[in-house]
Write a protein that binds this ligand. Structure first.
Ligand SMILES: Cc1cc2nc3c(=O)[nH]c(=O)nc-3n(C[C@H](O)[C@H](O)[C@H](O)COP(=O)(O)OP(=O)(O)OC[C@H]3O[C@@H](n4cnc5c(N)ncnc54)[C@H](O)[C@@H]3O)c2cc1C
Length: 534
């Protein structure tokens, strides 16, 4: 991936996308596959916003059935199947257990109807239907529930998980780039250019150098997620199309369960999850209005108390001390005047030419990660219509660059040939899919690159070079939490940050001051999640 700031100012792009989260990345890929000359700018790093803070489920969502959002659930179950096909290395089936308690007769009565409807809406997809378990069967499947008072059985159903949602985003970016899109991370849109009452470009600041340039475009698309209000403000439309921002947090703990558990909070009846994720459990989430800067969101005392109290109804021994770290993310919801947790997750595509007499400008507000591909398809259909181009969308059939998932025999051969333990090669394939070979190829000429970044860990030095050369990692944080996942472990990678900064510094030409700044910035970022660690 070549980050080419000089491409700005050389001619007019068909489409400029503001925001490199999953939605912007999906739009850029779709547009590139249809042959549009596209630019994407991301002010920080690809996927660093809400995209990296989700529950990582690729699902229709039982919660949204309770809100009677049947159209949304149906659409997302269809998308789940498409993602299983185009990203089998990153999207996996997950078993969900819903424990049934004697004290909650209402759920015992309503759940069978909800699950039957979910099965019906999933019809034609590859995942099995739900079924009921006795107490004995429940405990055999999920022994962790043995201390749950009043357990009378469970329902099991199936959905999907993408452990590395950030990688789904990056792979969309990589594919967009290899199909001709100019993609720039650490490049912020600082202004929208309006001439003769038409939007025809943006001003972009290279956050690496401070240099600003103009980029001309025929259509400018705002895919800035929870920052949408700030972008709309540039064209005076923030009041008219205001988004509602709500915060959701997760607790990360040692692994508590074999399966994903769906639990119901006593306080407000909300549904929350305990999800096996990597070697840990991801527990959440919450849903509270959040007026502040999305970049500064963090778990607060009230958020943590809510989850800890509710977890204890099922796991009486659970303690705040069990929290390894927390994450917080901001949803961008299209307001409907309802309370935060019952506001629809449906997206809205706004053609500002039609709505606000402002040609050249389009916004995508809201939407779930699961639906990113179809949201992008709808947006690029509109862009094509405006540009007078008729080319069909190909993203539902075109696998992401790391597909397919790698077979075990292939990994064994790679382990033999490279001299790396099988476990380490498998780890690379988990992250990069079939592109793990490009990481190993880098080490072919320099065996030192096969060394682990930190002794005893599975990540190797070649990943650092790969992240910089192939995937435009420009900061320690880019590498720690969005290219590799060293930063998602219990220590949030704080034991590796020094080595990573030194090694990246050698490749990117950082001086001592810059290396120290990178370490300090990453520590500050990690500290946001450490507040409730004992
Ligand atoms: C707690 C929580 C749990 C969730 N769980 C799930 C789930 O399990 N399944 C699911 O399907 N969905 C889930 N979601 C929703 C999902 O995460 C979001 O729908 C999705 O990530 C939104 O992506 P996005 O690209 O719109 O926004 P973002 O990822 O936030 O991307 C917007 C990007 O725009 C950039 N940007 C902003 N302003 C500018 C500018 N001026 N110039 C350049 N770039 C700019 C930002 O830096 C950011 O990277 C969850 C959300 C939350 C908060």
């Amino acid at each position: 991936l070549k980050r080419d700031f000089n491409a700005l100012g050389q001619g007019t792009f068909d489409l400029i996308v503001i925001g490199g989260g999953i939605v912007g990345a999906g739009v850029a890929r779709d547009a590139a596959l249809r042959g549009l000359n596209t630019l994407l700018v991301e002010k920080d790093d690809f996927g660093c916003g809400t995209t990296s803070r989700s529950s990582r489920l690729v699902h229709g969502g039982l919660r949204y059935l309770r809100m009677f959002d049947i159209k949304l659930v149906h659409q997302d179950l269809h998308e789940r199947e498409i993602l299983l096909n185009i990203a089998p290395h990153l999207v996996h089936r997950l078993e969900f257990v819903i424990p049934l308690l004697r004290s909650r007769p209402l759920y015992r009565f309503t759940l069978p109807f909800g699950l039957r409807l979910y099965n019906l809406l999933s019809h034609g997809t590859s995942l099995p239907s739900s079924h009921r378990l006795s107490v004995g069967e429940t405990l055999r499947l999920e022994p962790s529930l043995s201390d749950t008072a009043g357990l009378v059985g469970a329902y099991v159903y199936y959905d999907c998980q993408s452990e590395y949602t950030e990688r789904v985003c990056i792979e969309n970016i990589l594919d967009a780039s290899s199909n001709g899109t100019c993609v720039l991370n650490h490049a912020m849109m600082t202004d929208v250019i309006v001439k003769d009452n038409r939007v025809n470009g943006i001003v972009v600041r290279d956050m690496q150098t401070g240099e600003e340039r103009q980029a001309q475009g025929r259509i400018i698309l705002n895919a800035s997620g929870p920052w949408a209000n700030a972008v709309l403000q540039k064209v005076g439309l923030e009041r008219k199309h205001h988004i509602r921002k709500t915060k959701g947090i997760h607790l990360i703990t040692d692994k508590m369960t074999n399966n994903a558990l769906v639990l119901f909070a006593r306080r407000d009846g909300r549904l929350f999850f305990i999800i096996p994720w990597l070697d840990y459990s991801l527990i959440g989430t919450t849903d509270i209005d959040y007026p502040g800067d999305p970049a500064k969101a963090q778990a607060e005392r009230a958020d943590v108390d809510y989850l800890v109290t509710e977890i204890r109804h099922y796991f009486p021994g659970f303690k705040e001390n069990d929290i390894l770290y927390t994450q917080a993310g901001i949803r961008a919801l299209v307001p409907h005047g309802r309370k935060a947790s019952s506001t629809s997750r449906a997206h809205r595509l706004i053609d500002h030419e039609r709505r606000d007499s402002l040609p050249g400008f389009v916004s995508i507000l809201g939407g779930k990660h699961t639906a990113y591909r179809v949201i992008a398809e709808e947006a690029v259909d509109l862009v094509c219509q405006k540009l007078g181009i008729e080319i069909a969308c190909r993203t539902a059939q075109t696998p992401l660059p790391g597909a397919p998932a790698v077979k075990k025999e292939r990994l064994e051969t790679a382990a033999r040939e490279s001299g790396l333990p099988l476990k380490m090669v498998a780890h690379l394939a988990d992250i990069y899919g079939s592109r793990y070979t490009s990481v190993l190829e880098l080490a072919a000429g320099d065996k030192r690159l096969l060394d682990p970044i930190v002794p005893g860990r599975q990540d190797i030095l070649a990943q650092l070079k790969h992240a910089i050369v192939e995937e435009s990692a420009l900061s320690v944080s880019d590498f720690m939490v969005r290219r590799s996942f060293i930063g998602l472990g219990p220590e949030q990678g704080l034991d590796a940050v020094g080595v990573v900064a030194q090694e990246m510094g050698k490749l990117l030409g950082w001086n001592k001051t810059e290396v120290e700044k990178q370490i300090k910035d990453y520590r500050a970022e990690a500290a946001l999640g450490q507040r409730f660690r004992s």
